[in-house]
Write a protein that binds this ligand. Structure first.
Ligand code: ZN
Length: 101
């Protein structure tokens, strides 16, 4: 798929399926588009205790690169599948998470 990429001195700062806003990045950033394979993985929603009776949904999924369970916040407007990166692998592991309750 096509992804919008932002790099700075060869280092990836950001990758997104949505166009990015140049103002959000340092002036030395380079913007381009790349074609990358992004695997689809299954995710399950867990509610994390936020204290005070509040709970927050997180999607738990297995990162195909580091093979560890990772998680990402789920916001009310998030699409399904949701685009995400691994906390451990960062931009080296992009996924579409097909989530369910
Ligand atoms: Zn990973």
């Amino acid at each position: 798929m096509k992804l919008y990429r932002v790099t700075d001195e060869g280092r990836t700062l950001y990758l997104s399926p949505e166009p990015v806003t140049a103002d959000d990045f340092p002036p030395s950033s380079v913007f381009d588009e790349v074609q990358l394979e992004v695997p689809v993985v299954d995710g399950v929603i867990h509610y994390w205790d936020g204290g005070g009776g509040k709970s927050y949904p997180h999607i738990h999924y297995l990162c195909p690169r580091c093979t560890k369970v990772q998680n990402t916040d789920l916001y009310p407007d998030d699409p399904n599948p949701r685009f995400a990166i691994c906390d451990a692998c960062a931009w080296d592991s992009l996924v579409w998470i097909r989530w369910k309750h």
